[in-house]
Design a protein around this ligand. Structure first.
Ligand SMILES: NC(=O)C1=CN([C@@H]2O[C@H](COP(=O)(O)OP(=O)(O)OC[C@H]3O[C@@H](n4cnc5c(N)ncnc54)[C@H](OP(=O)(O)O)[C@@H]3O)[C@@H](O)[C@H]2O)C=CC1
Ligand SMILES: CC(=O)[C@@H](O)[C@H](O)COP(=O)(O)O
Ligand SMILES: [Mn+2]
Length: 397
């Protein structure tokens, strides 16, 4: 944009979350460049109304229909239109924003993000579960709709920055770095007694609860392998995970001449979010600057799939295809929510996901070709996973 242009209008799906807040922090610093079109949340009415009023948004939507009246009351007399229910999230995504930040957590983000893809939006994609649940459908829809998908996930932003599209045939391998999470060095015995409080305490990043648990199990890195496969059209055999506890290098691209191009930054999501907001330009981000001399060294190690089976399970889902990744994602969402509410232990998360994958192999679940297919398979897998949660078993018996 140049100084004579009107501000770009940005819609933020998941505005009350960690990525949503970081996005709004950047937007607030550049009012001449960005304005807010629409914002959404699940049920956090007060925070959403505050955001909508502060940023002078035109539309605010909550997913939970029961929150409609309180949202409408909080926004009365402000000029912000209030809406609620799943259809309202889709309506937010369909509004004519220049860019749309997809930062809802979980498969709940699929319908609105897919609607944005269908309308040919520029999508800043943080919601990785959307690609895990329905990667081929999402990428096909984006292509047909003329949408542009810009990665926000830090590793995928790194790869996007290091991957010259003109040289994609010269790429040998792509590597995602992983911090290893809070339990990187813990024994199996200690892992058995992990609490939710310990699991959400990520060593380097400040994030929402679900992705923090995913980082602790290494499921996050597995979901990111699937995400990278769809975003960059690279097969599993050429995608690597490398544990790098400092989270300074976020991703590598290795070329056939032996060059390895990496992206580095302090672990602060405002760097990849700023990149996606400004691409193909760059804007300032108020993050700490890298001081490699002060850091002294960067370290690397291979991931351990004995203690962290999620990596093996996600590889299986990626390589099996069909609806396997949809099942993996849904089972993981149920397992993580059950762990956070103390109904299961930390090692049970992977067991519940593995059981879901076993069932999906027996039932030979097919690839979802439409949103309805994806939602139906997601629901089936949630039921399979729920049947393994002790409380549910007690209720049934
Ligand atoms: N946090 C991070 O730094 C990173 C996150 N990501 C990805 O970005 C996405 C968002 O993560 P994060 O910001 O941490 O998540 P948070 O839990 O912090 O925020 C989630 C947002 O989604 C909304 N939401 C939750 N459930 C629903 C639902 N059923 N329907 C509609 N909206 C819902 C929440 O609303 P409410 O407040 O009302 O609950 C909130 O606005 C995830 O997919 C994550 O994997 C990727 C890289 C880094
Ligand atoms: C910030 C971000 O992109 C997260 O996905 C991050 O990668 C989580 O850290 P882990 O490397 O521990 O999964
Ligand atoms: Mn990431």
């Amino acid at each position: 944009m140049n100084s004579h242009d009107a501000p770009e209008r940005i819609t933020v799906l998941g505005a009350t979350g960690s990525v949503g807040q970081n996005t709004l922090d950047l937007i607030a610093r550049m009012p001449e460049r960005f304005a807010v079109e629409a914002v959404t949340a699940n049920s956090n009415v007060d925070a959403l109304a505050d955001i909508a009023i502060r940023f002078d948004a035109r539309f605010a939507a909550v997913a939970d229909p029961a929150c409609y009246e309180p949202l409408k009351a909080a926004l009365s007399g402000t000029g912000v239109e209030a809406a609620a229910g799943p259809g309202a999230l889709v309506e937010a995504a369909l509004r004519p924003a220049d860019r749309i930040m997809a930062a809802i957590v979980g498969a709940a983000g699929l319908a609105p993000t897919l609607a944005a893809a269908e309308r040919g939006a520029t999508i800043l994609l943080a919601n990785k579960e959307c690609l895990v649940t329905a990667g081929p459908l999402f990428m096909r829809t984006a292509k047909a709709g003329g949408a542009r998908v810009l990665p926000v996930d830090s590793e995928h932003s790194a790869i996007f920055q290091a991957l010259d599209p003109a040289l994609s045939r010269c790429v040998e391998r792509v590597t995602l770095t992983a911090s290893g999470g809070p339990f990187r060095t813990w024994s199996m015995e200690r892992l058995a007694a992990v609490t939710p409080q310990e699991a959400v305490r990520h060593p380097n990043w400040s994030m929402g609860a679900k992705i923090s648990v995913d980082s602790a199990t290494l499921m996050n890195k597995g979901l990111e392998l699937i995400e990278a496969h769809h975003l960059f059209d690279i097969e599993s055999e050429r995608l690597d995970v490398l544990v790098h506890p400092e989270s300074i290098i976020h991703g590598f691209v290795a070329y056939q001449d032996g060059s390895v191009v990496a992206q580095m930054a302090e672990p602060d999501m405002r760097t990849p979010i700023a990149y996606s907001l400004a691409w193909p330009e760059r804007i300032p981000a108020p993050t700490a600057r890298l001081d490699l001399a002060a850091l002294g060294r960067l370290t690397f190690e291979a991931p351990d799939s004995q203690r962290f089976p999620a990596l093996r399970l996600t590889r299986y889902a990626l390589e099996t295809g069909g609806g396997t990744a949809t099942v993996l994602n849904a089972a993981n969402e149920i397992a993580v929510a059950s762990f956070l509410t103390k109904r299961i232990g930390f090692p049970d998360i992977a067991k519940i996901v593995e059981n879901g994958l076993d069932r999906s192999a027996t039932e030979r679940v097919g690839e979802p070709y439409s949103l309805d297919d994806a939602l139906a398979l997601d629901e089936w897998a949630r039921d399979v996973a729920l049947s393994m949660i002790p409380e549910r078993l007690e209720q049934v018996s």
